[in-house]
Design a protein around this ligand. Sequence first.
Ligand SMILES: *Cc1c(COP(=O)(O)O)cnc(C)c1O
Length: 358
Amino acid sequence: MIPYSHQSIDETDLEAVTNVLRGEWLTQGPHIEEFENSLASYTQAKFAVAFANGTAALHAAAAVAGLGPGDTVITSPLSFVASANCGRYVGASVNFADIDPKTLNLDPGTLPECDGLIAVHFAGLPLDLSRLQFQPRVIIEDAAHALGAITPDGPVGNCAHSHMCVFSFHPVKTITTGEGGAVTTNSEEFAEGLRRFRNHGIVRKPEEGGWFYEVATAGFNMRITDLQAALGTNQLKRADSFVARRNHLAEKYRDLLSGTGLVLPPGAQAGWVHARHLYPVQAPHRREVYDGLRNKGIGAQVHYIPIYRHPLYREGNDPSRFPHTEAAYARLLSLPLFPDMTDEQQRYVGDALISLLK
Ligand SMILES: *Cc1c(COP(=O)(O)O)cnc(C)c1O
């Protein structure tokens, strides 16, 4: 099966991980800080705090930003359910706004009033936060798709228009640590809060003795391991080449599939870099095309079942309120796209799709 995405692991990754296994620390070692420093430097943020996964990072960001009961959080319905669940975890109520059919992101010009925005960069195309008509108290970017994307205000992750930016390092994302995630921010206070939240709420007080710590808030164990962090640091060195290869494959898809009647995903405007996490086309008879591709060994996927369609979020969210999301969901199909995908594999996918659309 040609998967819709796949990690890219080379010998240097193997070496990075086995070196940690031969050393002193498996968790809480020096590679975590090294990874955080590399990520802060890559995204041009002041701070990066690594987490066990992107979902934990979203949870921590929502909590540390002070979102809670009585607050309303808005996110894109065309996203993974974690974008909404982080609001639920902290007791906020979660609402959705319809997407802009051109970008498949939220429309920054028509954002309804809310206390918190979880801004999803769908497929790796950044949501233009400089165009927000309304400034929520808290803006958190869900950049799980967008490591390596760039806007005219700099790399996604520099928090030019947000308080915090969240990444995931799941194997399908730009870089991987197995499971893993991170939050970037320019606020020292948020960075400290994030470190505390991921480590049981522990605050050390060495002036009271080397052993001494206090817990004033109920944190979690959301720590990443040193093994994962070493892999992440090494992967991050190749992030730009991964994104370049993804963009190259996306351009090839455009050539292969123009004239097929498929709606192809939007590109980045001049001055922007798309991270191309997904290549979501919109196909007529999506069910038949999906099954046909799967029968030919092509692991196409659907991103996403709109979040309001899940039982957890159905109440008060009739699908008719989201006509653009509904229209997109009826046809969306993500084609395989990952750095190690060969030109031959891509031609096979293109040919299979063309024959199915005939
Ligand atoms: C992958 C993903 C997440 C969650 O990340 P995990 O590391 O899998 O927990 C959150 N939001 C979006 C949009 C994602 O694609």
